[in-house]
Design a protein around this ligand. Structure first.
Ligand code: PLP
Length: 421
């Protein structure tokens, strides 16, 4: 393994953070190990503050929003729009109107593929994606390309799991209409230089969408510094409720788009055979939204902001720096991706000898360690790396070095079960 760069230890009290998460502080059943949760890349746990925000909303403020003239509806509307302000501040949006509440990253990308894609993509146009994309940033564009007769091309990935920027440059010379890529790979943890990729793509005249599902929860993400047109992310991966997500879009870009879905709330006027549209973001929020979940996301953002996103990133980097050499010493261990805390988020993917990743995950589960095994919704990436599945451990604010120690000792146990040590 390449030597790790020296990393300053950051003051971050993960044990105190952990105490805020009821699911992590539950007493295990007699004879059962306590839970070490290392699957936050799939969905994070929720702090009491978020659970209480949901509870309080339903107890004290529940009513449909925007249309009510009574006080309870105004209270509910106020909390929903306050959550939008929190989201806007969190990602550096120029205005809360640039933030559309959706259910998740997948819906955000589909919204762009439908509303922006149908308007701007024509037969023969090029859309540039990457080999490391999650299925939710592949399939919507495949559907669009099929409908329009557009072409898809994918920036390739180096053996150590980084985007090949020379290949990006070669594709940009073909003047794509859109470049869409993940800020952080959910499979390998690769931290892409999103601002630089965006700068190059914009210089080539492309519209840029960043899949922020694995970055917005874990590091400071500022849309002004990134320079993109769209940023998609999921609330449930950043301490917020399931069913909360955000599409941020530049106001001028959103303003020029037709709706994604039709129905109530997204209209200005409706006649029997035609309608006119509300301004953004309402134009993209058809029907009754997930009001409580948006408010819960607002509470998650307040929680993360109080920790400080620089501190969150530094904590995960420190954990990774602690974990990588210890994991590398385990017999049979193959670490995938950059294996470098500077270029990697708190996601570690690996294989262990020829033990199937599902078997590894099952043995870890018996030891109380929850990790994910499979293709992580990145089948093309794994195929590119000559793999079918990996085991993936992912860290977040509540993980500690003791969790890493439990992971390492559970992996030794897996080796013993399979007679490898
Ligand atoms: N993009 C990336 C990089 C992801 O990791 C994920 C989820 O794992 C998604 C998109 C899809 O997120 P969601 O399932 O919340 O729509």
């Amino acid at each position: 393994m390449t030597p790790q760069p020296a990393i300053a230890t950051t003051p971050f009290d993960a044990a105190a953070v952990r105490a805020d998460f009821p699911i992590l502080t539950q007493e295990p059943a007699p004879g059962e190990p306590s839970l070490v949760f290392l699957d936050s890349a799939a969905s994070s746990q929720k702090p009491a503050a978020v659970i209480e925000a949901l509870d309080d909303y339903y107890r004290a403020a529940n009513a449909n929003i925007h249309r009510g003239v009574y006080r309870l509806s105004e209270l509910s509307t106020g909390r929903y729009e306050q959550a939008r302000h929190l989201v806007a501040d969190f990602v550096g949006a120029a205005s809360p109107r640039e933030c559309v509440f959706v259910r998740n990253t997948t819906e955000a990308i589909n919204l762009v593929a439908h509303a922006w894609g149908r308007k701007h993509i024509a037969a023969g146009d090029l859309i540039v994606l990457t080999v490391m994309d999650h299925h939710s940033n592949l399939v919507p564009w495949q559907l669009l390309a099929e409908e329009k007769g557009a072409e898809l091309a994918h920036v390739t990935v180096t053996p150590d799991g980084r985007l090949d920027l020379d290949h990006l440059d070669a594709l940009l010379r073909r003047e794509p209409k859109l470049v869409a890529f993940p800020h952080v790979s959910n499979s390998l943890g690769t931290l892409n230089d999103a601002a630089e990729i965006t700068r190059r793509a914009k210089a080539a005249g492309a519209t840029v969408l960043i899949d922020g599902a694995q970055s917005v929860p874990h590091l400071p993400a500022d849309v002004q510094a990134l320079g993109c047109d769209f940023l998609a992310f999921s609330g449930h991966k950043m301490l917020g409720p399931m069913g909360s997500g955000v599409l941020w879009g530049k106001k001028a870009v959103l303003d020029a788009l037709p709706p994604f879905m039709g129905g109530g709330s997204m209209i200005r006027t409706v006649e029997l055979t035609r309608s006119t549209w509300a301004d953004v973001p309402a134009r993209f929020e058809a029907g009754t939204p997930a009001v409580a979940d948006a408010i819960g996301l607002g509470a998650a953002i307040e929680y993360l902001s109080a920790l400080g996103m620089d501190a969150v990133r530094a904590h995960e980097r420190d954990l990774l720096a602690y974990a990588l050499p210890r994991l590398a010493e385990i017999p049979g261990m193959t670490l995938l991706g950059p294996s470098d805390p500077v270029h990697q988020s708190g996601v570690v993917s690996f294989t262990l000898g020829d033990i199937h990743p599902h078997d590894v995950a099952a043995i870890l589960d018996a030891e109380g360690v929850a990790v994910r095994a499979g293709h992580h919704c990145t089948q093309p990436l794994l195929r590119h790396l000559g793999l079918v599945a990996t085991t993936r451990a992912s860290f977040y604010v509540y993980n500690t070095e003791a969790d890493v120690d439990r992971l390492v000792s559970a992996l030794h146990a897996a080796n013993r079960v399979f007679g490898l040590t």
